[in-house]
Design a protein around this ligand. Structure first.
Ligand code: R5P
Length: 315
């Protein structure tokens, strides 16, 4: 690997360290602080001139602050003559605001893409987008890697018998189908209806057989855990033997931890695309590191090698 420097945004130090450790590279030196007037300041403490720069950012709340930090990092790299500015976003900021599905609402995921590009980003590497169309919001390369293989391998090593993959709604049925195909097991579908714009999920019925089976539920993200926990409750009511849940992005905000703790979910498996604070780390939650996969993506971009097998494709 050559002419490469990897820098963390302020909340991404852990994830960046893991990437750099995998690649056997030093973490780039950058200073950042806030002035008394709440303005942000950053300064690279080493030259980025003609370098391929990677800026890693998390979505640790407050996420709006994370956006401005990233924009300022991009701007500073651009003005310091970086050759390429690659943004590494393990979880794409505002990915759920991806379409104008009601009158007078924004498409903030698109807005984020536009401001990253306007600031000077030349590539974005992200993971399991809520809507794959977000990739097309960019006019620069946007690589979408997936946590799917990591989750699959984890469940494979558990050697669970009588599995059934359950989709929490019609929208996730395609994904559930892919997992069930991989495991060579049946799938079922929960007919879930969401009411209004709030975070409350309403689930209703099951299509398929889950009685005395071990249900595996996969989703792209678990946010307030309303969807997962409601799905688990219904599965338990309908006679599922055990319930495992998994997702790439464990956002786990609001009542999520309490809900998971008190739910029939035996284990929730997530990746570390979103940092999980200490107080949220409970025995029921297993975190798999996806940093080595990001490291591999960075290596391949730097060496101009294909990334295809790291991506999620809708075959
Ligand atoms: C929705 O479309 C997503 O795939 C997840 O189901 C959703 O983000 C989960 O949200 P919550 O955990 O708040 O129910």
């Amino acid at each position: 690997m050559k002419n490469i420097k990897i820098f963390p945004c302020p909340t991404a130090e852990e994830f960046t360290k893991e990437i750099c450790k995998t690649l056997n590279l030093p973490v780039g030196k950058v200073e950042n602080y806030k002035f008394a007037n709440d303005n942000n300041f950053i300064q690279y403490k080493e030259s980025v001139r003609e370098q391929e720069v990677y800026l890693v950012q998390t979505t640790k709340p407050p996420v709006n602050e994370r956006i401005i930090e990233l924009l300022i990092m991009i701007d500073a790299a651009k003005r310091a003559s970086a050759k390429k500015i690659n943004v590494v976003l393990p979880y794409y900021i505002y990915s759920r605001s991806d379409k104008k599905d009601q009158p007078r609402v924004p498409v903030t995921a698109r807005l984020v893409a536009e401001i990253l590009e306007a600031a000077g980003a030349s590539r974005v590497i992200t993971c399991d987008l809520h809507n794959s169309a977000i990739q097309a919001y960019f006019n620069i390369p946007c690589d979408r890697i997936t946590g799917q293989h990591l989750l699959q391998e984890y469940f494979e090593t558990k050697g669970i018998e009588d599995k059934v993959v359950v989709a929490t709604d019609a929208g996730s049925s395609k994904k559930a189908y892919k997992y069930s195909k991989y495991f060579g097991c049946p799938m079922a579908l929960i007919d879930k209806r969401r009411a209004g714009n709030d975070d409350k999920a309403v689930a209703a019925n099951i299509i398929g057989n889950i009685k005395d089976q071990t249900a595996l539920i996969f989703d792209d993200e678990v946010s307030t855990a309303g969807t997962m926990v409601e799905a688990a409750r219904i599965l338990k009511e309908h006679g599922a033997k055990e319930i495992y849940a998994a997702c790439t992005h464990g956002i786990l905000c609001g009542p999520a931890i309490e809900r998971i703790q008190n739910s029939p979910i035996k284990e929730l498996v997530i990746t570390n695309t979103v940092p999980l604070e200490k107080e949220k780390q409970i025995p029921k939650i297993k975190v798999l590191s996806i940093a080595p996969l990001f490291a591999e993506a960075i290596k391949r971009v730097n060496e101009a090698k294909p990334l295809g097998d790291l991506f999620e494709f809708d075959k």
